[in-house]
Design a protein around this ligand. Structure first.
Ligand SMILES: [Zn+2]
Length: 81
């Protein structure tokens, strides 16, 4: 069984409540035909994602955990080398 997750933030695409425009990215990362954050700084991306989660009212501990998970997403894999 293979679960599809966003390649940018690892959110399970089945949990994506927005319009899934891409089969690689969630609606938070990919909108209007392009990546919302086009840079390649994972820390900057994490900061934005974290702020977004807090704004949505997510539990701060969960938000911290999901933000940490972002570092393992395929999009940022080359940053670990
Ligand atoms: Zn995403």
């Amino acid at each position: 069984m293979k679960k599809k997750t966003c390649e940018s933030c690892l959110m399970p695409l089945s949990k994506d409540t927005g319009v899934g425009e891409s089969d690689k990215y969630c609606s938070f990362c990919f909108r209007d035909g392009k990546l919302v954050y086009e840079g390649n700084d994972v820390n900057e991306f994490k900061k934005r994602a974290h702020e977004g989660m807090i704004k949505k009212g997510m539990n701060p501990l969960l938000a911290k955990f999901y933000t940490w998970m972002i570092g393992f997403a395929p999009r940022w894999n080359n940053k670990h080398e």
